[in-house]
Design a protein around this ligand. Structure first.
Ligand SMILES: [Zn+2]
Length: 227
């Protein structure tokens, strides 16, 4: 019986990820060495632990760090792409928030932020609820780009707080998904209306400050994701 037999699926996944990341760091370091015409042996060291007769080859710390940093960015990009794909096929922000776990939901509660807004911010910037969102929304009007798999339109999703009609205006007029989202949203607003005697649309029209011509965020790849 292996010592890992009692692992949960999540523990197994984390262990697999550590194994894969470790192997990937090695490959990147060796590839770096080859690309620089260097002897891979000079990029590694035999780490000798005092008192032990064995040692292990390991990348020199600066090379190990550089490879790990590149992997961190690449992994973050995978998250971003997964979220864009999920939005395209109709996965709700609340469902995506569920992937981030109960810690995320609690942090959103504590920050007084709706799950959809908190998760949209995480998608764009990798920020946890309560952390500073690094984009000035009035200056840059950050948007999450994804293709709607129902109507084929390219959506530039604004901060999801004003309703799907305003936040995702690019859907085609006959997009079934957009119609269903709007109907579900109207139901939620009607319920709020009944429950709390709020105005039909709980988000009042606010005068938005003028902002500079929107600089759309294509992808976060050129920016360092928040560690
Ligand atoms: Zn659509």
């Amino acid at each position: 019986m292996s010592m890992f037999d009692g692992d949960t699926p999540q523990e197994k996944r984390h262990r697999n990820a550590r194994t894969e990341a470790s192997a990937a760091v090695w490959r990147i370091v060796q590839d770096d060495a080859r690309n620089h015409g260097a002897d891979p042996a000079t990029w590694t060291e035999k780490r000798i632990i005092p008192g032990f007769t064995w040692g292990e080859n390991t990348p020199l710390p600066e090379h190990q760090f550089a490879a790990a940093r590149a992997l961190t960015k690449a992994a973050r990009l995978q998250e971003y792409e997964a979220i864009r794909h999920a939005r395209g096929r109709g996965t709700s922000w609340e469902q995506i928030a569920g992937w981030l776990g109960t810690d995320f939901t609690e942090a959103a509660d504590n920050a007084g932020r709706s799950l959809r807004v908190a998760t949209w911010m995480y998608a764009l910037a990798g920020t946890w609820p309560g952390e500073d969102f690094p984009y000035d929304r009035w200056v840059y009007e950050p948007r999450l780009d994804w293709p709607c798999y129902t109507c084929g339109a390219r959506i530039h999703e604004r901060l999801p707080e004003n309703g799907v009609k305003l936040d995702q205006p690019e859907h085609t007029a006959d997009c079934a998904r957009h119609a269903a989202d709007r109907a579900a949203e109207q139901d939620r607003w009607d319920e709020l209306d009944d429950a709390d005697d709020l105005p039909t649309n709980p988000i009042p029209d606010v005068a938005r400050p003028p902002f500079a011509p929107a600089l759309r965020l294509a992808t976060p790849t050129t920016e360092e994701p928040t560690p």
